[in-house]
Design a protein around this ligand. Structure first.
Ligand code: TXA
Ligand code: MG
Length: 339
């Protein structure tokens, strides 16, 4: 398939992409989190093609992207709590799972009676949804199992030739996918952490919890969010997370660099103590937003190195750190080395 690359994002070019969406075609769009592989959410065939293009299992549902929070009314049963969240966090990197209305086909939700709703703040995504005149179902635009794409180059690697168009929006601001929460009566549960943190959400929903699978391996065959059960974000070499105090971790990395052909993913502060070969940094020790911004780009960079293993620092599990922790622990297949 010939993929149209849209690098000039003037309105008339977004119009061309919107026309493709209306025709049931696949368009990769930038969002503030990661790039999304979009299709008309009301077109069953287009939605089915999204799974095919990604190689995504047909039991992992898609997020429906809307131009404004009120539009959720057409596709889902909303609540007072939804609007409270919308007022504070939408448009932005929050996805809310609500009971679905009949117009949303089961191809989007993989047979579930709920639908994931998100209103992206990225201007290109917003314009595309508005001009398309339909909700856009979009998973992250990576091949299934690979790190989510946070730049146009990443999308080209995975999707050139597999979709009808790709819009270049430069680097994504956030770098990890949206926070996903499911609402219950007056409470909520975080199914996937993101830039919008547990601490911020607790301000609006005092009775909010974090699903166990955010930090631990999912053992249930029927998890709250199907995406939890898949190994994700993995570079081709095995990843090991390393936990302990700074000095011991540096000593461990040094020993590995002497004895193994390995990659090291460390904080900026660590780099001065280490050999620069196959060494990548992903932000300061306490700069979780920078770590989130860099993480997927770094995981992809390791794929262009020939290393037998990657040793990475365990991030904090507080604030935005929890989002970084959640992605890295999956990339590492849940193995942590304590030093
Ligand atoms: O930031 C993001 O959320 C990006 C951009 C493109 O918007 N999208 C994204 O989509 O990360 P995806 O498909 O890679 O991840 C969606 C996650 C999956 O883990 C899926 O299982 C979960 O949301 N999900 C979707 N619908 C659900 C539902 N009805 N119930 C439970 N989980 C759901
Ligand atoms: Mg994804």
């Amino acid at each position: 398939m010939q993929t149209l690359l849209i690098t000039n994002t003037d309105k008339q070019n977004i119009e061309i992409a919107a026309k493709l969406i209306k025709e049931g075609k696949l368009v990769v769009m930038p969002t503030e989190t990661v790039y999304g592989l979009g299709a008309n959410a009301l077109d069953r065939e287009a939605v089915t093609n999204v799974y095919k293009a990604k190689g995504r299992p047909m039991d992992n549902p898609l997020i429906v992207h809307l131009a404004k929070a009120d539009d959720a009314e057409k596709y889902a049963h909303t609540s007072e709590l939804y609007y409270k969240l919308a007022e504070r966090f939408m448009p932005g990197p929050l996805t809310v799972i609500l009971p679905k209305k009949d117009v949303i086909p089961y191809e989007v939700t993989c047979g579930l009676e709920t639908v994931a709703i998100r209103v992206p703040s990225n201007g290109i995504a917003h314009t595309l949804i508005e001009l398309s005149g339909c909700p856009i179902a979009a998973p992250s635009a990576n091949l299934s199992g690979r790190p989510s794409p946070t730049s146009f180059e990443h999308v080209i690697e995975d999707m050139n030739g597999r979709v009808d168009a790709i819009i270049d929006g430069g680097r994504c601001d956030v770098g990890v996918e949206s926070t996903v929460i499911i609402l219950k009566d007056n409470s909520a549960e975080i199914l996937r952490p993101g830039l919008i943190t547990y601490e911020e959400l607790k301000d609006v929903i005092p009775d909010i919890t974090v699903n166990e699978a955010v930090k631990n391996q999912c053992t249930s065959s029927k998890p709250a969010s199907p995406g939890m059960k898949y190994r994700h974000y993995a570079p081709s070499s095995p990843v090991y997370l390393v936990d302990g105090d700074d000095e011991r971790i540096i000593a461990f990395f040094k020993e590995k660099q002497r004895n193994e052909n390995c990659g090291i993913l460390c904080f900026d502060e660590d780099a001065k103590y280490l050999n620069k070969t196959n060494l990548l940094t992903f932000g300061g020790h306490f700069d979780e937003e920078k770590q989130a911004h860099e993480l997927f780009d770094m995981l992809r960079k390791f794929d262009s190195m020939t290393v037998d293993a990657i040793y990475a620092r365990l991030p904090s599990d507080k604030g935005v750190g929890l989002a970084v922790y959640n992605r890295l622990i999956r990339a590492a297949g849940f193995s942590i080395i304590k030093v």
